[in-house]
Design a protein. Sequence first.
Lengths: 114, 247
Amino acid sequence: MTGAGSTDLWTVAVIAGLACVTVLARCFFFILDRDWTLPHWAQRGLQYAPIAALSAVVVPEVVMAQGQLVQTLHDARLYAAAAGAAAYFWRRDVLIPIVAGMAVYLPLHLGLGW
Amino acid sequence: MFFLPSNYRHPAFRDGARHMWPQAPGIGAWGLMTGVAMVKSGMSVLESVLMTVLVFAGSAQLAAIPLLIAGAPAWVILATAFCVNLRFVVFSLHLRPFLMHLPRWQRMTHGYLTADISYVLFTRRFVHPSTDTAVLREQSAYLAGNCLVNWGSWVGSSLVGIALANFIPTHWGLGFAGTLCLIGILCSLATTRMRLLAGTVAAAAAVVAWSLPLKLNIVVAIAVAVVLCMSLEGRGPGAPAQRKGAA
């Protein structure tokens, strides 16, 4: 990314790569004709890698600012993320957190400037 | 795939589409926010449209956005997206016997278009793969109809979100909606204590290793969490029983 709003070839190439990742992941076991399975250790790793990857991406987006842990509690993201997680465990629906989180985020962010 | 007459002329195609309809508003809301989040995070409209149409994987897209913006190397972005997508690897093992009778390009098109909800609806309706040609055709047509509604509501709503994003001021911070989408998925994955531990360890490691260049903190966090959980597996009283490829 060179900047907001401009398109660059590198980003387009990465997007094409991401499309290949989608195909590879969704078709993983039926790309080849012959029957095969993953080694045992890889199957165990499959249990943990998705949540680890998401958590590693998401949590810093919530608790980091300018390369440091947030130093203030006046940050709308913290409350929005907590509301989103609570909403998930309340309704067990992956879409509710967006609504609940934004309902907390927007008033704090726009109203109080957090 | 929905563009083959043998699929869309089959009565099961309509069943597949009908069963997906109740999910369409939810997928639409998610797609809409993903579209807004892509543009508001700083991606261009062309990049956002390409990502919507080509990548077709909401959680991987949303995980890739902050890495793209931060200028992480391509391999880190692709590896992170693959880890987020690993649940589909498990699904593909389950779907294999249902699809192996098809030529490779057809089964790969089916696979590409089969996201979470289609997988759940399909495997709920067809518990066992069949050897009967008529049933195999029915299964293929059902999956195609189901995926068409899913694909249409995801891509359509994402494009609407991309268009709307231009009218929303950046300082509203709607890019954060992408993070909130992922929080829902993240919580839904925390189904066992060990997985919860994996998520917690990865979060802490990603924060501690934040200053590593090239967004390598993500890769380090995944590696630390997976290796730690695999080595702790089966030791504590709360450890889950071994589950072979069944998420």
